[in-house]
Design a protein around this ligand. Structure first.
Ligand code: NAP
Length: 317
C-alpha cells in the first residue's frame, strides 16, 4: 500500500451501507487510524466472515427488511452509502430514515453516485453546478437517489454530500487492466470520439476523508482523475507494463455488451474536478491511469514493470 493521506479529523465511528470494493478499502484505512467501523453486506455469511476477519461490526442488510441488530447506529458520526439504486431507490432510507434522523451523534453523510446523472454531453466538460439531465434509466434513478439523500435531514446539523464517481479501478478483484489482461478478460471497445474519466479506489477514499474534514451540506463533487481518455488507453498502457500485445479493438456496434455497459458507452463527457482541489484541498495520489496502473503493477510484482521502474530510475539519476 503506498503512503496515503491520513484522515485529517479525530477518529469517530463510521458506518458503511455496502461494504463492497471501495468501501472496504476505506473502512480498513479508517479502522487502522483508530475509527470504529461498522457497516452492511447483503448476506449473513459474508457479514459474519467480514466481522471476524476485519474487526468491524458487519450486519446483513439487503434492503428488504431493517437491520436486525438493536440500534445499529449508536454512536455513529459518519455514514457512507455505496448501495446502487435498483428495485429500492435508497435501501438505507427506505428502512432506516427515522433511525438516522434520530441519531444524535451523526454529523456527516456521503452518498456515492455516478456521472450518469449528467447524461450524454458529447465529450464536453461538465461541472457539478450543471443541472442533472439523465439520459438513461440508470441516470434517472441515480439523480432521484441523490435527491433523496440531500433532502433526508431537513433542519438538522447533518451535512449530506454527494460524490459522482468516475470509472473505479484499483488493486484486486479484477478491477484493473493488468489483472484483466492476465485473466484474458480485457477488451478494447472501439467507439471513435469516446472518452471517460477513471478514479483509483484509494483516491476516492482520500476524497471522502477530505470531505469529512470539510463538511458542506448539499456539497456535490465530481470524483475523477485529471485525464478523460479513450477506453483503449489504459489497456494499451497496461499491456506495455506486462510486455504483451493489447487485444484487438472490437467495434462498439458489434461488441457484445451488457445493458449497463451499453448505456455507459452511449454517453460521453469529461468531468471537471476543480472542486476537489479548490474546496477539499485534495491532491490525487494517482492523477491519471498511468500512475495508478504502474503502482498496481509494482505491488503485484509484475517483472517487466520492475524493469521499467529501474530503467526509469537510471534515466533520472
Ligand atoms: N464500478 C464503477 O466503476 C463505478 C463507477 C461509478 C460509480 N459506482 C458506484 O459507486 C458505488 C461503489 O462502487 P463499488 O464498485 O465499490 O461497489 P460494490 O463493490 O459493488 O459494492 C456495493 C455494495 O452495496 C451492497 N449492495 C448492493 N445492492 C444492495 C441492496 N439492494 N441492498 C443492500 N446492499 C446492497 C453490496 O453488498 P455485497 O457486499 O453483499 O455485494 C456491496 O457491499 C456503487 O454504488 C457503484 O454503483 C461504481
Amino acid at each position: 500500500m503506498p503512503d496515503l493521506p491520513a484522515p485529517a479529523i479525530a477518529p469517530g465511528h463510521v458506518f458503511f451501507f455496502g461494504l463492497g470494493y471501495t468501501a472496504l478499502r476505506l473502512a480498513r484505512r479508517m479502522r487502522d487510524s483508530g475509527w470504529a467501523v461498522s457497516g452492511t453486506v447483503r448476506s449473513r455469511d459474508k457479514a459474519q466472515a467480514l466481522s471476524e476477519a476485519e474487526g468491524m461490526t458487519v450486519h446483513a442488510f439487503d434492503g428488504t427488511a431493517p437491520i436486525a441488530a438493536a440500534d445499529p447506529f449508536a454512536g455513529v458520526t459518519h455514514l457512507v452509502d455505496t448501495v446502487p439504486p435498483r428495485e429500492i431507490l435508497v435501501p438505507a432510507l427506505e428502512r432506516h430514515a427515522e433511525d438516522l434522523r434520530s441519531c444524535a451523534t451523526l454529523r456527516w453523510v456521503g452518498y456515492l453516485s455516478t456521472p450518469a446523472v449528467y447524461g450524454d454531453r458529447q465529450g464536453d466538460v461538465v461541472t457539478e453546478d450543471e443541472a442533472p439531465t439523465p439520459g438513461s434509466r440508470r441516470g434517472e434513478l441515480r439523480a432521484a437517489a441523490e435527491r433523496a439523500w440531500l433532502d433526508a435531514f431537513p433542519g438538522s446539523d447533518i451535512a449530506v454530500q454527494v460524490f459522482r464517481v468516475a470509472g473505479i479501478y484499483g488493486p484486486g478483484e479484477g478491477r484493473n487492466a493488468i489483472e484483466q489482461l492476465q485473466s484474458g478478460k480485457a477488451r478494447i471497445i472501439d467507439k471513435p470520439g469516446q472518452v471517460f474519466n477513471r478514479i483509483h479506489v484509494d483516491d476516492i477514499g482520500s476524497i471522502l476523508l477530505a470531505s469529512m474534514a470539510r463538511p458542506r451540506d448539499g456539497g456535490i463533487y465530481n470524483v475523477a482523475d485529471t485525464e478523460a481518455c479513450p477506453p483503449a488507453d489504459p489497456i494499451v498502457f497496461a499491456a506495455g507494463l506486462l510486455g504483451i500485445d493489447p487485444p484487438t479493438p472490437i467495434p462498439f456496434d458489434s461488441a457484445e455488451l451488457s445493458e449497463m455497459a451499453r448505456s455507459f458507452y452511449s454517453e460521453c463527457k469529461r468531468l471537471d474536478t476543480a472542486r476537489l482541489t479548490d474546496e477539499l484541498g485534495v491532491e490525487l495520489t494517482y492523477p491519471t491511469y498511468r500512475e495508478g496502473l504502474r503502482a498496481i503493477a509494482l505491488e503485484a510484482g509484475v517483472s517487466s514493470c520492475r524493469q521499467f521502474r529501474s530503467t526509469e530510475n537510471r534515466i533520472r539519476s
